[in-house]
Ligand binder design. Structure first.
Ligand SMILES: *[C@@H]1O[C@H](CO)[C@@H](O)[C@H](O)[C@H]1NC(C)=O
Ligand SMILES: *[C@@H]1O[C@H](CO)[C@@H](O)[C@H](O)[C@H]1NC(C)=O
Ligand SMILES: *[C@@H]1O[C@H](CO)[C@@H](O)[C@H](O)[C@H]1NC(C)=O
Length: 356
């Protein structure tokens, strides 16, 4: 656990100093204090969980958000996280709506009380818990000022049961399709349960409390939350975000990644051709940057198609042109050729809050 935290702190200081002039793409923010999410914890409180188990979950949740994450709403700080709480057994209960906890103190007080005892039944239908979480997001987040916040469900389950039409998998699929990330934590019967829950979880987000120490589980959940915050980033040139610009290709890997994305995007077809952010300005090839930021002079690796660049002074824009199985840069006169644009924005993460 110490190691994980040290790495996080190190990264925070690196990010604060990020400059594109370093010719490396901006790494993602990993500052837990700036987490901005809407999270619902969905906790199995059937008999199988045991009182000790519930207690452990309460302290796990309190710890996950206890590293400075701002809980609740704050009119002058958009990077906050709301936390709701649902318990389930044969039925689901809303223990805290998304606006109840307005500080980490509220979480500490509320969560240990809400998770102080099990319900005397062996029935435990995750489907009921997921369904209630879905309803809470619809009622308390969608159509609100928080609509664009990444939504995350954290499931803590001691067993996996289905009953008739109550199929947790199809509800989980519906949630994931609407953009919600699901983290699952298996309590007890580790392997079989974790396997069942892995169909519920988003990729890489199926965790277990047995595999590691409690401290390790806390860090694993925190990493998943940071990743969820970052995944909400989309490669787009939205006008609403002034930090976006045409894509840079600082490395072969990025060049290949963009080509890969283009091939997977409807609206593009072979032979693939698309603009990137390389321009000839005042005798120099530079990568454009968002308004107000210094342009970045071109460095190796160069990905020019053979014969390029030609007559830079009149052909000052650059697009990627498919050539065989790859693409390469070809310089063209600005606006002479209609082609798609590949834009990028600093991804929305804990360093970079993105408005609606
Ligand atoms: C709200 O955010 C501002 C700016 O980050 C901070 O100074 C203030 O203490 C916050 N208010 C509360 C109640 O947390
Ligand atoms: C653009 O990014 C900078 C640095 O990350 C940040 O300070 C600024 O608020 C961002 N602007 C917008 C509109 O997102
Ligand atoms: C593109 O699609 C292929 C095949 O579906 C997939 O393996 C690959 O990860 C996708 N690439 C990107 C960048 O989405």
């Amino acid at each position: 656990m110490k190691l994980g935290l040290l790495i996080l702190l190190h990264l925070i200081s690196v990010y604060a100093d990020y400059s594109p002039l370093s010719y490396v793409d901006r790494p993602c923010g990993e500052d837990l204090t700036n987490l901005w999410l809407d999270v619902i914890a969905v906790v199995d409180n059937s008999r199988g969980m045991t009182v000790d188990g519930l207690n452990e979950i309460a302290s796990n949740i309190a710890s996950v958000f206890g590293f400075g994450t701002r809980i609740g709403l704050n009119a002058s700080e958009p990077r906050t996280t709301r936390l709701g709480l649902v318990t389930y057994n044969s039925v689901a209960t809303q223990k805290a709506d998304l606006n109840q906890y307005q500080s980490i103190g509220d979480v500490f007080h509320g969560i240990f009380y809400a998770l102080s005892n099990t319900v005397d039944t062996t029935e435990s239908y995750l489907a009921t818990g997921l369904e209630l979480a879905e309803k809470m997001f619809n009622d308390q987040s969608v159509n609100s000022i928080r609509a664009h916040y990444q939504k995350v469900v954290i499931v803590y389950a001691a067993t996996y049961q289905t009953k008739g039409e109550m199929d947790p998998e199809s509800i989980a699929d519906r949630l994931k399709m609407s953009g919600v990330k699901i983290i699952t934590v298996a309590y007890g019967d580790a392997y079989g349960l974790m396997k069942s829950l892995s169909v519920i979880a988003s990729p890489r987000f199926a965790l277990s409390n047995l595999a590691d120490s409690p401290g390790n589980l806390i860090v694993q959940i925190q990493i998943s939350l940071l990743e969820a915050n970052w995944l909400s980033a989309k490669m787009s040139c939205s006008n609403r975000r002034s930090n976006s610009s045409l894509a840079t290709e600082f490395s072969q890997a990025k060049h290949d990644f963009i080509f890969n994305v283009v091939q997977n995007t409807t609206g593009f077809s072979p032979p693939y051709q698309y603009h990137v952010g390389l321009n000839y300005v005042s005798g120099l090839w530079v990568w454009t940057q968002p308004t107000g930021r210094q342009q970045v002079p071109l460095q190796k690796p160069f990905m020019w198609l053979s014969g390029n660049p030609q007559r830079s002074s009149t052909q000052s824009a650059v697009m990627n042109m498919q050539s065989g199985h790859g693409t390469g840069w070809q310089n063209i006169a600005t606006m002479t050729l209609s082609a798609n644009f590949i834009c990028e924005t600093y991804s929305c993460d804990t360093d970079n809050y993105c408005g609606a």
